[in-house]
Write a protein that binds this ligand. Structure first.
Ligand code: NAD
Ligand code: ZN
Length: 379
């Protein structure tokens, strides 16, 4: 390719300051170094994590920065030592990686790669501690190793999943973060048996994806739990049969659910990030076999407290990161599930905007209107 080995000038949305609208401007993107690839991003979506680090409230402020981590694109060029990817491959960049060498990558039970595990404060490439972006003559930091709010970006090869070229990138791009997280939490970790009852706490994108996993697993009853009553209507499209708003009761929501289900649900998946909801999600599962899975990321001070008898009575508590998927090994198969019509993605995509209107995607997320808003990089 004519651009390989050269600096590419292209458009990127740069966050110069916390909470200020992103500014679309020309950036220079350096060629990929050893074990890196340069991607042409075609579609990216906005996820809550982008918003948290853009607001930088309670987070380390790292600016100027190019945010974005949920995306689909095409390999433009590869650095030295990259053998698994070639220019033209269709890929999903992922905020966590799979080096395939470390103890975690070697273990069938873990997806927490030692080398490429998520690091929200790191703003540079791991090879040399430098950034590959320059704007207005100064370095611009990376975000989650992906920085997809740019027409071109440089990513470590371990954070790139090669997928079927037949898969529409404007749809499957949402599998690069939130949807796989929730879906995997249910199908890989909670593993609901057919006909069972499942409670999903928190009906944002992650919770709705967890719900989709319950629907596909053949759950006969799916109880959605959210403090926002408006979430029920949307959740019905994902198989929600009952809705519980903890605010409507003067007793703990776990007691409400235990009564509704004659002893508790078979599985629960927590997708709120709220510690009280995590405890409720555990305490509402049936004794003898119930399994609760935590997905939400709680605040620094959070404490999980429950009586040990809840464990003795044969309830299981688990947690999961990125739905237990190993990004390079497992994501291509999730994309194939979509292609085989086993998994629906369209209903997660509520909005779409051209790159020039990327700030509108932030407004839609902050107002709670969107589940996922796709940003079209080439419009
Ligand atoms: P979101 O903010 O869109 O949705 C959360 C929902 O939970 C909201 O609808 C909110 O009303 C509801 N909620 C909040 N507190 C509640 C409570 N006490 N009881 C019931 N409902 C409550 O968020 P999201 O993007 O869907 O993400 C959900 C969580 O998953 C977040 O904590 C996020 O950080 C986490 N996450 C985890 C991973 C992972 O790998 N483990 C990956 C991505 C996101
Ligand atoms: Zn690894």
């Amino acid at each position: 390719m004519a651009t390989a080995g050269k600096v590419i000038k292209c458009k990127a949305a740069v966050a110069w300051e916390a909470g200020k609208p992103l500014s679309i401007e020309e950036v220079e993107v350096a060629p990929p170094q050893a074990m890196e690839v340069r991607l042409k991003i075609l579609f990216t979506a906005l996820c809550h994590t982008d918003v948290y680090f853009w607001e930088a409230k309670g987070q380390t402020p790292v600016f100027p920065r190019i945010l974005g981590h949920e995306a689909g694109g095409i390999v433009e060029s590869v650095g030295e030592g990259v053998t698994e990817l070639s220019p033209g491959d269709h890929v999903l960049p992922v905020f966590t990686g799979e080096c395939k060498d470390c103890r975690h990558c070697q273990s069938e039970e873990s997806n927490l790669c030692d080398l490429l595990r998520i690091n929200t404060d790191r703003g540079a490439m791991i090879a040399d501690g430098q950034t590959r972006f320059t704007a207005r003559g100064q370095p611009v930091y990376h975000f989650l190793g992906t920085s997809t709010f740019s027409e071109y970006t440089v990513v470590h090869v371990g954070c790139v999943a090669k997928i079927s070229p037949a898969a529409p990138l404007d749809k499957v791009c949402v599998l690069s973060c939130g949807i796989s997280t929730g879906f995997g939490a249910t199908v890989n970790v909670a593993k609901p048996p057919k006909g069972c009852t499942v409670a999903i706490f928190g009906l944002g994108a992650v919770g709705l994806a967890a719900m989709e996993g319950a629907r596909i697993s053949g759950a006969s009853r799916i109880i959605g739990v959210d403090l926002n009553p408006a979430k029920y209507e949307q959740a019905k499209k994902f198989g929600c049969t009952d809705f519980v708003n903890p605010k409507d009761y003067d007793k703990p929501v776990q007691e409400v659910i235990v009564e509704m289900t004659n002893g508790g649900v078979d599985r629960s998946v927590e997708c709120t990030g709220n510690a009280a909801a995590m405890i409720s999600a555990f305490e509402c599962v049936h004794d003898g076999w119930g399994v609760a899975v935590l997905v939400g990321v709680a605040g620094k001070e959070a404490v999980f407290k429950t009586h040990p008898i809840n464990f003795l009575n044969e309830r299981t508590l688990k947690g999961t990161f990125f739905g237990n998927y190993k990004p390079r090994t497992d994501l291509p198969g999730v994309v194939d599930m979509y292609m085989n019509k086993e998994l629906e993605l369209e209903k997660f995509i509520t909005h779409s905007v051209p790159f020039s209107e990327i700030n509108k995607a932030f407004d839609l997320m902050l107002s709670g209107e969107s589940i996922r808003c796709i940003i079209r990089m080439q419009d």
